[in-house]
Design a protein around this ligand. Structure first.
Ligand code: ATP
Ligand code: MG
Ligand code: MG
Length: 355
C-alpha cells in the first residue's frame, strides 16, 4: 500500500492517521514532540522540526504523498518539499492561508466577500483605520493567531486601549484591522476537492465560540437553505481558485440581512468538521485522505442532526460520564496533560436521524 506523510502530530494529525489506516495506508508523521497525540496512531514518526530539511527529505523519501495538519509551515520549506514529492494541498494554499492580509485579499479577488480590513503598519495607520470604522474593530496579527490569540478588540468606548497600547499587546507584529461584523450567526463549510476538480461540501455547521475558542458546532445550522447553499458555493469557488486538493474549512459571518462575509479558511481539516465522524458515513478526515490519495470522494451526506462539543482543559474528565450516554460519540486525543484552554477532546451528540 501507499504511504502518506503528515506534517504535524496534534489531534488533527492523529485523526488523519486513523482515517488513513482504515483505508489501508501507512502513515509517517513529522512532529518535534515525541509524545504527541498522533504518536500511537501512525506507523512511524520523524521527531524533528517542521522546517528541518534533512527530516523533510526523509519524509519525502518514505512517502507517496505528503499533507499537513496546520498552516504555519515555513513556506520555503514547503516549496522545497513540493519539488521532491506530491504535497497536497499545495504550498500555494499555505501561502494564502498563513497571512490574513494575503488571505482576505485573495478571497475578495475571487468574489468571496469579507468584512472590510486595513493593513496596519503602525499607530498612525491604526488610528486612521479606526476612525474609518467608527471606532470599532478587531486588530489581528497577520500570522500565527488561533483560538482568538493575537487579537485586540476596539468597542468604541472608554475600555478601548490606545493604538500604541494595542500594538504593544500584539508585540508590534504585522497586523490588520478588521471592521467589527455584527453577525447574527457564525457558520462554516467543510469542503473537499479532488485532483479532477470534483468538489463535495458537508452541510454548514453553526458555530459558537467561548473565550475565542470553538465551543460547539450544530447541525443543521438553522440558517436559510439559500444562505447555506451560497456558503457551499463560495467554499467551492475558493477550492477551485486554489486548485485545491484535500479538505478545507471556510468560516463565515451571517449578517442580519442574510449576506455572508468570509472570516478565514483553514487549508486542512477543521475543528468545526469533527461532527462528520459521527453524523456522516465518511468523515472530513477520510474525505481528505481520499482526495490526496486520488480515491473517489464520498457524497458527504449527513445522516443525523447533531451537536459537537469541544472538551477544553479539565472538561476531558467528563469522558466516562459522556460515554455512558448511548447517543454520544466521544473522542479523547490522548494528550498527556490538560491545560486551561487546551483542546483535549470532543464529543458529538446525535440528536435524531434524518433522510
Ligand atoms: P481560529 O481558532 O478559528 O483559527 P482565530 O484566532 O484565527 O481563530 P478568528 O477566527 O479570526 O480567530 O476570530 C475568532 C472569533 O472572533 C470569530 O470566530 C468570531 O467569533 C470573532 N471575530 C473575529 N473577527 C471578527 C469580526 N471582524 N467581527 C466580529 N467578530 C469577529
Ligand atoms: Mg484562524
Ligand atoms: Mg477562526
Amino acid at each position: 500500500g501507499a504511504t502518506i506523510g503528515i506534517i504535524g502530530g496534534g489531534q488533527l494529525g492523529r485523526m488523519l492517521a486513523i482515517a488513513a489506516s482504515r483505508l489501508g495506508f501507512r502513515t509517517v508523521v513529522l512532529e518535534p514532540q515525541a509524545d504527541c497525540p498522533a504518536a500511537q496512531l501512525c506507523n512511524a514518526q520523524i521527531v524533528a522540526a517542521y522546517d528541518d530539511k534533512a527530516a523533510l527529505a526523509d519524509l519525502s523519501g518514505r512517502c507517496d504523498v505528503v499533507t499537513y495538519e496546520f498552516e504555519n509551515i515555513d513556506l520555503e520549506a514547503a516549496r522545497w518539499l513540493e519539488s521532491t514529492v506530491a504535497l497536497r494541498p499545495s504550498s500555494r494554499a499555505l501561502e494564502v492561508a498563513q497571512d490574513r492580509l494575503v488571505e482576505k485579499t485573495f478571497l475578495n479577488d475571487h468574489g468571496i466577500p469579507t468584512v472590510a480590513f486595513r493593513d496596519i503598519g503602525g499607530a498612525d495607520d491604526l488610528a486612521e483605520a479606526l476612525r474609518g470604522f467608527g471606532g470599532r474593530g478587531i486588530l489581528k496579527t497577520r500570522r500565527l493567531g488561533y483560538d482568538g490569540k493575537g487579537q485586540v478588540r476596539f468597542r468604541g468606548d472608554a475600555t478601548d486601549p490606545s493604538p500604541a497600547e494595542a500594538l504593544q499587546e500584539i508585540c508590534h507584529a504585522p497586523a490588520i484591522l478588521e471592521e467589527f461584523a455584527p453577525f447574527s450567526a457564525e457558520i462554516s463549510v467543510i469542503a473537499t476537492r479532488s485532483g479532477d476538480g470534483t468538489t463535495v461540501c458537508f452541510d454548514p455547521a453553526r458555530n459558537v465560540h467561548e473565550n475565542g475558542i470553538l465551543a460547539t458546532s450544530t447541525l443543521p445550522s438553522g440558517v436559510d437553505a439559500g444562505i447555506e447553499s451560497r456558503a457551499k458555493d463560495l467554499a467551492g469557488m475558493l477550492a477551485g481558485a486554489l486548485a485545491y486538493v484535500g479538505t478545507l474549512g471556510l468560516e463565515f459571518f451571517v449578517m442580519e440581512d442574510g449576506s455572508l462575509r468570509a472570516n478565514e479558511f483553514a487549508p486542512r481539516v477543521h475543528n468545526s468538521g469533527h461532527w462528520t465522524e459521527a453524523a456522516c458515513t465518511v468523515s472530513q478526515f477520510e474525505q481528505h485522505i481520499r482526495a490526496i490519495a486520488g480515491w473517489p470522494l464520498s457524497s458527504g451526506t449527513r445522516h443525523s442532526d447533531c451537536v459537537m462539543h469541544n472538551l477544553i482543559g479539565n472538561d476531558i474528565a467528563r469522558v466516562p460520564d459522556l460515554a455512558a450516554d448511548p447517543d454520544i460519540l466521544v473522542h479523547d486525543y490522548g494528550k498527556a496533560e490538560s491545560r486551561p484552554g487546551r483542546k483535549m477532546g470532543h464529543f458529538t451528540r446525535i440528536v435524531r436521524r434524518v433522510g
